[in-house]
Design a protein around this ligand. Structure first.
Ligand SMILES: NC(=O)c1ccc[n+]([C@@H]2O[C@H](COP(=O)([O-])OP(=O)(O)OC[C@H]3O[C@@H](n4cnc5c(N)ncnc54)[C@H](OP(=O)(O)O)[C@@H]3O)[C@@H](O)[C@H]2O)c1
Length: 259
């Protein structure tokens, strides 16, 4: 067997939250290319449908499930439906999240704070709890939480500190689960991306070019990441290639956090 065979995901089904666009979509593409069937969650049914149409070119099954994961009760319902309709799930990628609002703490409403923690943190708790339990029973699975370098360093030139707070908690949640679920052979790792040129970020940076220049000036590699540069790392963490790896928070940021 070649070492590259360890990276294959044939016979595995991966559920990716927020798999219709951005980094989640890039991960979906890499997973399908590596042989996995997919279940994609997102709010907008049309974007999910168009992602599905495109991803079918890899010849794998692609199921879609629309719904809002930032509402905990709905996240629970979505996970239960995913299991009942499309299970078993062997790989879970908790990818939904985002800063969404640049508001100073002194001006932030409690309800916004709570909603954004639900989006960035509680959604991952619910998905791990409901989709992770059958993995424990089967004695196998891989969970990848998409955290951020914002869980390690504070964003400059921007507010919305729910984001740093939630991502730091998501990284630590990853480590706690990795310990608790290691004996069940369920591995839990986090990816901590730096700045990536998703469509949303392209729009954000085109409206605020000064933020783009400030950000890039802090990246030793002198550029942002392309979404397809995250796929191979996710395949590694999902697959048997990383069979002895759990509780890691892998930084992929062009060196941003080194300076
Ligand atoms: N992009 C970066 O530079 C960067 C850097 C560090 C970390 N990250 C993290 O990487 C993850 C993905 O970021 P991204 O930039 O790729 O995001 P994005 O471009 O905004 O894509 C988000 C995906 O999640 C779905 N989604 C958003 N809110 C949702 C909700 N409430 N319920 C269900 N689905 C929802 C979106 O579809 P719908 O809109 O149709 O729901 C879409 O499929 C996030 O956790 C983010 O914090 C990103």
């Amino acid at each position: 067997m070649s070492v590259l065979d360890l990276f294959r995901l044939d016979g595995k089904r991966a559920l990716i939250t927020g798999g219709s666009r951005g980094l989640g979509r890039a991960i979906a593409e890499a997973f399908a290319d590596a042989g996995a069937d997919l279940v994609l969650l997102g709010r907008d049914a049309a974007s999910l449908q168009s992602a599905r149409q495109d991803l079918l070119r890899f010849g794998r099954q692609v199921e879609i499930l629309p719904g809002d994961l930032s509402v905990p009760a709905e996240a629970e319902r979505l996970c239960q439906t995913a299991l009942a309709s499309f299970g078993p799930i062997h790989v879970l990628v908790n990818n939904v999240g985002g800063r969404r609002l640049s508001v100073a703490v002194e001006d932030q409403s409690l309800s916004d704070w709570q909603k954004l923690l639900d989006l960035n943190l509680t959604s991952a708790f619910v998905c791990c709890k409901i989709l992770g339990k059958p993995m424990l029973e089967r004695r196998g699975g891989s969970i990848i939480n998409i955290s951020s370098i914002s869980g390690m360093v504070v964003g400059r030139g921007i507010y919305g500190r729910h984001y740093e707070t939630a991502k730091a908690a998501l990284t630590m949640f990853t480590k706690t689960l990795a310990v608790d679920w290691a004996r069940f052979n369920v591995r839990v790792n986090a990816i901590c991306p730096g700045g990536f040129l998703t469509d949303a970020n392209r729009r954000w940076f085109s409206e605020k070019p000064e933020l783009h220049d400030l950000f890039v000036s802090q990246v030793p590699m002198g550029r942002l990441g392309e979404p397809n540069e995250i796929g191979p790392l996710a395949v590694y963490l999902a697959s048997d290639a990383s069979s002895y790896m759990t509780g890691s928070a892998v930084v992929i940021d062009g060196g941003y956090t080194l300076w």
